[in-house]
Design a protein around this ligand. Structure first.
Ligand SMILES: *[C@@H]1O[C@H](CO)[C@@H](O)[C@H](O)[C@H]1NC(C)=O
Ligand SMILES: *[C@@H]1O[C@H](CO)[C@@H](O)[C@H](O)[C@H]1NC(C)=O
Length: 366
């Protein structure tokens, strides 16, 4: 009997491809990044109203700010918190610190605040801090072990997001591979993520690709507008938009590295509505077109040409314009909403004023 049970158990383990894939960090296909590098944006409780009115359920933040986690309590919104880059080395070197961080910033808010993921660092690989790049894997493992110890590993998924800087050539998409120098750190990380069922998280910006190569890229291709598209000369697949091509480039690099089955999710994508002189594509009209068409693209619940069955999921960057972000002007102007809570352009969402007006009308009626 015991032997039979053990045999059955083994069968279950072997035949259940999702055996370890218990954490589920995305509902539907549309999510948003709630960045807070601005001291003039609406308070977290108003943000909850904005998100609910827009019916956006998947939210990422770049830290684990308690005022945000408290405001999200009981709302049903699903939140991925961030372990900032500044903590990566410490969490890598010290498993106890990782345990305490997860206990204080995640476990303490569960289950009332639905924290469904921890992003460990952001765009670490391919960046400029080699020590941090080397530390990333162990930080990820320590944070994962902490969720195990605290009994929350089946609700909180561990991941880390990558920029396009981890890839060598990404055109045509099927030729994409990880850069030398990145590949040897990326492979063990992918090994671990594939074991715990985490996806590959990609920050993908057709805006940037177009801004750097305006002569080579048709802006309609970058904006999901009607255009001829491109054909990948190896797979013969046709691409009618740049975002799909960027995602399939990531799938190609994963396949080349031996991770054909790993899912790619887009953790950031967006288009700036204003920028510096050398960023002429950053206009309200282009930003509206990109974000409007992206919403339609995601609502189709379809995969990409190379992975037609893997429904595309993306978090838009970002909720608000953030005037205190460093870098080029475009960085400060990715918001679907302005700092005062009004819409930056119309993609079908309502501004904070309109929502408040509507709800006070309702309360008058009662
Ligand atoms: C995580 O936990 C496992 C099992 O308890 C252990 O074997 C492993 O060494 C731990 N990893 C780290 C990085 O502490
Ligand atoms: C496909 O296109 C790339 C880039 O233009 C080129 O380097 C490669 O040789 C082409 N491959 C084939 C099979 O035509």
């Amino acid at each position: 009997m015991k032997i039979l049970l053990r045999f059955l158990f083994m069968l279950l383990v072997i035949f259940n491809p999702n055996a370890q894939q218990t954490a589920r960090a995305f509902t539907g296909t549309y999510g948003i990044n709630y960045g807070r590098i601005a001291d003039n944006i609406p308070s977290p409780d108003k943000v909850v109203k904005l998100l609910r009115a827009a019916k956006i359920k998947n939210v990422r933040i770049y830290d684990a700010e308690p005022s945000v986690l408290n405001a999200f309590k009981g709302t049903g919104l699903e939140l991925v918190v961030g372990l900032p880059n500044g903590f990566v080395k410490e969490m890598s070197a010290n498993a106890d610190h990782a345990l305490n961080w997860v206990k204080d910033n995640v476990k303490a808010f569960l289950p009332d605040t639905r924290i469904v993921g921890i992003a460990v660092g952001n765009e670490v690989l391919g960046g400029s801090d080699n020590e941090m790049e080397v530390a990333l894997l162990n930080a990820v493992k320590n944070v994962y072990n902490a969720t195990k110890k605290l009994g929350i590993s089946d609700v909180v998924q561990i991941s880390t997001a990558h920029s396009q800087a981890v890839f060598a050539d990404s055109f045509p998409p099927s030729y994409c591979v990880f850069k030398d120098g990145v590949a040897q750190l990326m492979k063990p990380l992918l090994e671990f993520f594939s074991k715990i069922g985490s996806p590959f998280c990609l920050n993908a910006y057709p805006f940037l690709a177009y801004t750097y190569n305006p002569d080579k890229i048709d802006i309609n291709y970058a904006l999901f507008q009607p255009n001829e598209g491109i054909v990948d000369n190896k797979t013969h697949l046709h691409y009618d938009n740049l975002l799909d091509a960027q995602i399939d480039a990531a799938y190609a690099a994963l396949e080349d590295a031996g991770f054909r089955k790993m899912e790619v999710i887009v953790t950031e994508t967006g288009w700036a509505s204003d920028g510096d002189e050398n960023e002429p594509a950053a206009t309200p009209s282009n930003a509206r077109t990109y974000n409007y068409n992206l919403r339609k693209r995601l609502a189709k619940r379809k995969g990409t040409p190379l992975r037609p069955k893997k429904m595309l999921k993306a978090y838009i960057f970002a909720l608000f314009n953030e005037y205190q972000k460093p870098g080029q002007s475009s960085e400060k102007n990715f918001g679907l909403f302005k700092a005062d809570g009004s819409i930056s352009y119309d993609v079908g969402f309502s501004g904070l004023q309109d929502i408040s007006a509507a709800s006070s009308l309702l309360s008058l009626k009662v």
